[in-house]
Design a protein around this ligand. Structure first.
Ligand SMILES: [Zn+2]
Length: 160
């Protein structure tokens, strides 16, 4: 039995901006050829719904983002934990992209509630300063803890 979800995307064209919302898993079946042809100008990739990326998928992705001749500006937003893991491990996973926002795992020490919190890079890391923001638990309003090693999980921020 497999619960894998094939990769798909939705393209939204705005004046002067193209937004691509990705869903599913990036693996050896990922084919970005058609998408690549349609991308030009400033482009934002929304990556919240990317659940998994395997090593073949990483290769497809790196080839995709490093060669987008018509794209003038590339931004990654809402990066899922799976994307963050790759950003931390694979030097050229982002291509020329800037990371605008990403999800980070948090856990409540009081009630155990776990949640991935969206973190905005510009507002939380002004001047490249290195500190995970604080959140209150939605269940019991106790303070939540960053549920990974910040030095590791946030290391991709040092490269931008
Ligand atoms: Zn709690």
């Amino acid at each position: 039995m497999s619960d894998s979800v094939a990769l798909s995307w939705q393209l939204r064209e705005r004046p002067g901006l193209t937004i691509v919302e990705f869903t599913g898993e990036i693996d050896e079946n990922a084919d970005f050829g058609e998408l690549k042809k349609r991308l030009r100008g400033p482009v934002v990739f929304q990556l919240a719904e990317i659940r998994r990326i395997n090593s073949c998928g990483v290769r497809e992705w790196v080839n995709f983002v490093r060669d987008m001749p018509q794209v003038t500006e590339l931004t990654f937003s809402h990066c899922s934990p799976a994307i963050v893991t790759q950003l931390n491990m694979i030097f050229n996973f982002r291509g020329s992209a800037k990371v605008r926002s990403f999800y980070a795992p948090y856990v409540c020490e009081s009630c155990g509630h776990e949640e991935d919190k969206l973190i905005d890079v510009q507002s939380q890391f002004p001047g490249g300063k290195f500190k995970a923001p604080e959140f209150a638990c939605e269940q019991c309003s106790a303070a939540m803890e960053f549920d990974d090693l910040p030095e590791r999980y946030l290391s991709f921020l040092n490269e931008s």
